[in-house]
Design a protein around this ligand. Structure first.
Ligand SMILES: Nc1nc2c(ncn2[C@@H]2O[C@H](COP(=O)(O)OP(=O)(O)OP(=O)(O)O)[C@@H](O)[C@H]2O)c(=O)[nH]1
Length: 339
């Protein structure tokens, strides 16, 4: 789970990095041409083209090495260098100062809160120092075509940065939430997801008047498998059992791992006869399945049914009692407990 969440967050950082670098590269190219054609400023254009080349270089470095942190720092340095050079060459004219405001959000997104803050403080001090030292020589003219363009572009850059960051944050959050509901070993729904879906199914059953069936499925003598074949084989068996169960039920049913060697099946719109039929089908499917290392296994299944109007724990308790009864009855069998 921790590995999965790290991967998701790293993937998001990598996408942000690629976006920033591609943005700087494309922007440098376009604005470089504009600075030559519109503003006859080869110095600014050279700086823009340099930023384009540097961005592509860092992107290629990241693709080859996979070193996200180093590439992120390089991207921030390129951007900071580009913005400061632009500010100095343009002598802060045409509202060029607005552009320095794009660095802090990008630094925070790429480097995290601590280094993002450090970069922002150092960068702001450099900009302020330059402004104070050259204050008297700066042109106070407030308005020009260049100022309008710079305002519009800086605003657009902010909108793109924040929109992208917010969209990827939402997507990462959604994926993390999905991961939080998946069992790490089997890839099936975990207890949290099963709890949620059971509450939903009971609420639906209460409205529709239909039955919901819950089946607790427990491997028989699984301890002996671990003891004689080892825990690794035990894990493979659990994985294969999960696949076997999931493959034997309908798409509307939900199979998940309740914990340890216990699985849970949730069947909406299923009455007593249906519940018995599906549980018996699962029992027979497991008994017929050859597991890893030639392990032959059976399951005991306890079924509880409900028409809603009761707590999830009550139904789970019913299925649990039925499971105990199935174990007492000699295992490899199905017992149903009436509502
Ligand atoms: N390999 C592996 N074993 C697990 C896991 N979770 C639980 N177990 C094992 O499952 C076994 C459960 O043992 P018991 O509760 O005695 O149940 P059992 O041996 O299946 O016996 P009955 O249920 O009475 O038929 C223990 O040996 C646990 O270590 C897991 O994730 N991986």
């Amino acid at each position: 789970m921790a590995r999965a969440s790290d991967d998701i967050l790293e993937e998001r950082q990598a996408r942000l990095l690629a976006l920033v670098l591609l943005f700087v590269a494309a922007y440098g190219g376009i604005i470089g041409l504009v600075n030559i054609v519109l503003f006859a400023s080869p110095q600014l254009a050279a700086m823009d083209f340099l930023a384009t080349a540097a961005s592509f270089t860092v992107l290629a470095y990241y693709r080859r090495s996979g070193r996200l942190r180093a590439a992120s720092w390089a991207a921030i340095l390129i951007l900071a260098g580009l913005l400061l050079t632009f500010l100095v060459l343009a002598r802060a004219a045409n509202a060029a100062l607005l552009w320095v405001t794009v660095l802090p959000p990008i630094a925070f997104f790429l480097l995290g809160s601590r280094d993002g803050l450090r970069v922002t403080v150092v960068f702001s001090l450099v900009v302020l120092a330059w402004l104070v030292s050259t204050f008297r020589q700066l042109d106070p003219a407030p308005f020009s075509l260049g100022a309008v363009l710079n305002c519009a572009e800086a605003l657009l850059a902010h909108a793109l940065i924040f929109r992208f960051s917010e969209r990827t944050r939402e997507a990462a959050f959604e994926r993390l939430r999905e991961h939080a509901q998946v069992d790490g070993l089997t890839g099936l729904a975990n207890r949290e997801k099963l709890d949620l879906e059971l509450s939903r199914a009971l609420a639906l059953a209460e409205r529709s008047g239909q039955w919901v069936a819950v089946a607790m499925i427990d491997l028989d003598h699984f301890k002996a498998v671990n003891d004689s074949h080892g825990h690794l084989v035990g894990d493979q068996v659990l994985l294969a059992l999960g696949q076997c169960l999931a493959g034997a039920v309908r798409a509307v049913d939900l199979v998940g791992r309740w914990g340890g060697e216990e699985f849970l099946l949730l069947c909406p719109s299923t009455d007593r006869a249906g519940a018995l039929a599906v549980a018996e089908k699962l029992r027979a499917a497991v008994a017929a399945e050859p597991f890893a290392d030639g392990v032959a296994l059976t399951v005991s299944i306890g079924v509880g049914i409900s028409q809603g109007r009761e707590l999830p724990e009550t139904v789970l308790d019913r299925a649990d009692r039925a499971l105990y009864a199935a174990k007492d009855a000699g295992r490899n069998c199905v017992v149903i407990e009436a509502a």
